[in-house]
Design a binder for this molecule. Structure first.
Ligand SMILES: Nc1ncnc2c1ncn2[C@@H]1O[C@H](COP(=O)(O)OP(=O)(O)OP(=O)(O)O)[C@@H](O)[C@H]1O
Length: 250
């Protein structure tokens, strides 16, 4: 059946040339992977190509042996919160329900199982009480939880999340980590764009370092090293203490 996700020789460009260059890697079921690299490294672009939102110049993506649109459909994409129009007039529950659309039967009706999954997903991220609210009336952290509930309800084989931890408080951050671990423990393949280097070791089993090119991919303890981070971030990296690292401006 193949790997959960296989990316082969992926190159993606905008007008000014390639921003993702010849990237290849394989992710297996139960992998929780952090995608790490500087601003402009092509992380979002790579994800967009993987979910069919931007055509690559070259390369192949397969999910459990499927390629093309069939592969894309098996991927659950959680975009950056800022990339979405939150003024759209829908309720929290509506958004989570959308996660089940791909699963509705021939008559277009939700089964008891679907409704149960929707309830369970809302509960898991602690927004049951908010389910009838308009999404535009939520705080940033609450909006991020709505995305996660929808992703949970969707039950995809592969999850790609673009910076889910941006602008959330400690409680929401913990809720997100719990969701990531639940998905991993259910045997799904999860990749997360992540900027906070101080939590990479704690959150991710594997790390993909990129800066246009793929710098390294593999188990966190091997890949999340000062040497490879230096290669990824160039001179902008400073080691603080005991392997703790920070990226300095400029
Ligand atoms: N729609 C676009 N048209 C042209 N160039 C783009 C477009 N989107 C992104 N780029 C360029 O492609 C490069 C990669 O951008 P991308 O958003 O993929 O990086 P990223 O690693 O996700 O960055 P960040 O960490 O800042 O979110 C950047 O140089 C960016 O300016």
């Amino acid at each position: 059946m193949g790997h959960a996700l296989e990316v082969n020789n992926l190159t993606v460009s905008y007008d000014r040339g390639p921003v993702v260059r010849d990237v290849s890697f394989e992710v297996d079921k139960g992998d929780l992977v952090g995608i790490v690299g500087p601003n402009g490294a092509g992380k979002s672009t790579m994800i967009k190509a993987m979910v069919g939102a931007h055509d690559p110049d070259a390369g192949r993506i397969s999910v459990l042996g499927d390629t093309g649109k069939k592969a894309t459909r098996r991927i659950t994409y959680v975009p950056q919160r800022g990339a979405v129009d939150w003024d759209f007039p829908v309720t929290v529950r509506d958004v989570v329900v959308q996660g089940r659309y791909g699963h509705v039967g021939l008559l277009g009706r939700f089964s008891k199982k679907d409704r149960h999954l929707i309830d369970e997903s809302l509960e898991m991220v602690g927004i049951t009480d908010l389910q009838d609210r308009q999404i535009g009336e939520l705080s940033g952290g609450q909006q991020q939880r709505v995305f996660l509930a929808r992703a949970l309800a969707q039950k995809g084989d592969v999850y790609l999340m673009d910076e889910p931890f941006v602008g959330v408080d400690a409680a929401t951050e913990k809720a997100i980590v719990d969701v990531l671990r639940k998905l991993r423990d259910e045997g799904r393949a999860v990749m997360v764009v992540h900027h906070d280097l101080s939590t990479v070791r704690e959150y991710f089993d594997k790390v993909l370092l990129m800066n246009g090119d793929l710098i390294a991919f593999g188990p966190t303890e091997r890949v999340f090293s000062q040497k490879l981070l230096q290669k990824t971030y160039g001179g902008k990296l400073t080691v603080l203490s005991q392997g703790e690292v920070a990226v300095m401006a400029g």
